[in-house]
Design a protein around this ligand. Structure first.
Ligand code: NAP
Ligand code: G4F
Length: 364
């Protein structure tokens, strides 16, 4: 029997990689997308299946985390085996501009899904996309036992979602698990997060299309990993015999300044000639130092990330150089070929899994 998964946030960075992973494992996948006046499915267009194809394994439904009624109907009718709740207003800086909205979508959105599962009376496994932002000012390294001290409306909303997930597990015996994921990046990372903002700028400066890059605090330290490896960890969290909470991270932290050195240096550029300070990118309260202790995930899930910091930067710079139509230096592609499993390749194509399922119908 095919397993059926529901993914909120399927159009996001993680949602798109998780979809590819689950397609490669033979799942039927249902994703919730928001209605938008412009296309918002860029990250999954390459695996989208025409509604006229028989035996489709990727189905999209309109919905929004602000509304419970429709989520309950959807979950009741769909009867998923697993729910991956990834949807959120996920930008920390923006959460200071829209704290109430962030609380509604990123915090209450979790409760709406949990309640939808409870009300529909189905038994399914639930994953909550928790964040290292919940640790905030707690000293590093941070593990599952580290007390939360969030420093942003986003972090506070995720703490609420985390404890609601624990509450539904304890109160109703639900298989509800929290991932506490440290920063993970890729060529699909949103363009306003600092890593992608930097790698895009490096590519554009290299191409002569841009000269300056404006940034805020360069001293914060983050534990940056490669997103496709993290969705493998997310999947493993829901395959355990019993639900629990897991930290996923690399155990290596770097400053934004070090990211700049690495990214500009890869294309023989000097970041000091291009980067300027702009206070608008500072946060009212900063998270200074995030560093994962993921020993529980190593032990219990057998999850170990392979792509290190320098490799992540090269993968991202190469992808951005390619995106603007130039030939990348090539180390990034070689790293992925060498280190990452077959469902995830440089071009990100999993169409062979779809073709296998749909016979010759794909592309009709
Ligand atoms: P992302 O790229 O920002 O994707 C967020 C997804 O949520 C998008 O599909 C977005 O849809 C959807 N969404 C936003 N508001 C919604 C609403 N009101 N109703 C329905 N869907 C909505 O985030 P990500 O990097 O993939 O992260 C996935 C999850 O993990 C998020 O919950 C994030 O907070 C959490 N997380 C991420 C990291 C990380 O480093 N990436 C680390 C820890 C935790 P649109 O495409 O329409 O905007
Ligand atoms: O890339 P960022 O915006 O990521 P941040 O705030 O760490 O949050 C990300 O990771 C979390 C996991 O810890 C996720 F839960 C969350 O959803 C998101 O994916 O900022 C990283 C650092 C910060 O210290 C910020 O102050 O970079 C610093 N920074 C400096 N200049 C900047 C900029 N960040 C952004 N976005 N833009 C700048 O110009």
């Amino acid at each position: 029997m095919l397993k059926r998964a529901l993914i909120t946030g399927i159009t996001g960075q993680d949602g798109s990689y998780l979809t590819e992973l689950l397609l490669s494992k033979g799942y039927e996948i249902h994703g919730i997308i928001r209605r938008s006046s412009t296309f918002n499915t860029d990250r999954i267009d390459h695996i989208y299946e025409d509604p006229h194809i028989n035996n489709r394994r990727l189905l999209l439904h309109y919905g929004d985390l602000s509304t419970a009624e429709q989520l309950t109907n959807l979950i009741y009718n769909m009867q998923p085996d697993e729910i991956y709740h990834l949807g959120a207003q996920s930008h920390v800086r923006v959460s200071f501009d829209v704290p109430e909205f962030t609380g509604d979508i990123t915090g209450l959105g979790t409760t709406r899904i949990l309640e939808a599962v409870r009300n529909s009376g189905i038994r399914c496994r639930f994953y909550q996309a928790g964040s290292s932002e919940m640790f905030g000012s707690a000293p590093p390294p941070q593990c599952e036992l580290t007390p939360f001290h969030p420093r942003s409306p986003y972090g506070a909303a995720k703490v609420y979602g985390h404890w609601m997930t624990v509450t539904y597990r304890d109160a109703y015996g639900m298989f509800a698990a929290n991932g506490i994921l440290f920063n993970h990046e890729s060529s699909r990372r949103g363009e306003t997060f600092v890593t992608r903002k930097i790698t895009r700028a490096v590519a554009r400066i290299h191409a002569g299309r841009q000269t300056k890059l404006y940034l805020g605090n360069l001293d914060a330290r983050r534990d940056w990993g490669y997103a496709p490896e993290y969705v493998e960890g997310i999947w493993r969290i829901l395959q355990q015999d019993a639900p629990s909470d897991y930290v996923l991270g690399t155990g290596e932290a770097h400053t934004i300044r070090e990211f700049l050195e690495e990214a500009f240096g890869y294309l023989d550029l000097d970041w000091r000639e291009h980067v300027e300070f702009d206070p608008r990118y500072l946060r009212p309260a900063e998270v200074d130092f995030l560093l994962a202790d993921a020993s529980k995930a190593h032990r219990a899930l057998g999850w170990e990330p392979k792509i290190n910091f320098g490799e992540l930067v090269r993968v991202m710079v190469d992808a951005d150089v390619e995106e603007i139509g130039m030939t990348p230096k090539g180390a990034g592609r070689a790293i992925l070929e060498d280190k990452v499993g077959e469902w995830h390749q440089w071009a990100g194509s999993v169409s062979k899994y779809l073709e296998a399922a749909a016979g010759t119908a794909l592309g009709d």
